[in-house]
Ligand binder design. Structure first.
Ligand code: C5P
Length: 225
């Protein structure tokens, strides 16, 4: 069975991340490096993970002028990273697709940040309802050559309908029934997210703070089956 779990390495240092990756062993092979670990351990640690044969999702949510995005993506593509997030203005997406060229890097679009509400969009002069903005961004992401979308599990079904069968859908904000939600407000279970069309699930604390992270990852896989 395809293992859809991506573990979020929301940790302060490469040493902490190494210890967790070691503990997880072969129960998980895909890891998300976000801004915190990137700021402390950088591409050296990302390359260490890829050299060990791990898949890496680099969650940097790039948003800059086209030339800068293109050149940054070109560097990231050389590191063997598998997924990279970018924001979805068409100029940013086109630049990222150029930077990726024919590498194996897959680009995932961030539509509307899930902690944004209508007043956050109004703050930027946008009066369009959020679901319409998300659908429009998804359509443009696919047309621009992105490989997939990161979205809330509650948007996964709509994103799947809009993006079509080949898009990669990655959803954070998943929790097994009964697991602590932490600061996540709008969650779905791993099985619900997969049923609604997600291909990969980003899971952080439910696994990383478990007494036995490897068993917790295996238990979630069983739950999805
Ligand atoms: O610990 P938890 O499972 O909540 O971690 C989820 C991960 O997914 C974190 O790295 C968080 O930054 C990220 N994320 C999220 N919700 C979003 C986008 C990203 O939780 N809408």
């Amino acid at each position: 069975m395809h293992n859809p779990i991506i573990v979020a390495l929301d940790l302060e240092s490469a040493a902490e991340a190494r210890a967790l990756v070691n503990t997880l062993g072969d129960s998980v092979s895909f890891y998300k490096v976000g801004l915190e670990l990137y700021a402390s351990a950088g591409m050296d640690y990302v390359r260490e993970l890829t050299a060990e044969g791990k898949d890496v999702f680099l969650d940097l949510k790039l948003y800059d002028i086209g030339e800068t995005v293109k050149r940054a993506v070109r560097q990231i593509a050389k590191s063997g990273v598998r997924f990279l997030t970018i924001h979805t203005p068409v100029s940013v997406m086109r630049a990222a697709v150029e930077g990726r060229a024919d590498s194996k890097l897959e680009l995932l679009g961030v539509t509307v940040l899930t902690n944004f509400d209508q007043s956050d969009l109004a703050d930027r002069g946008c009066m369009t309802p959020i679901p319409e903005v998300v659908a429009d961004r998804v359509t443009k992401a696919v047309a621009s050559g992105l490989n997939g979308i990161v979205c809330s599990p509650l948007e996964a079904a709509m994103v799947r309908r809009t993006a079509g069968p080949n898009a990669i859908i990655v959803t954070p904000g998943v929790r097994s029934a009964g697991a602590g939600h932490g600061d996540q407000k709008r969650v779905a279970t791993p099985a619900d997210a997969i049923r609604d069309g997600a291909n990969y699930l980003v899971i952080g604390r439910q696994i990383t703070r478990a007494a036995d992270p490897a068993s917790e990852a295996r238990r979630i896989l069983e739950e999805i089956k």
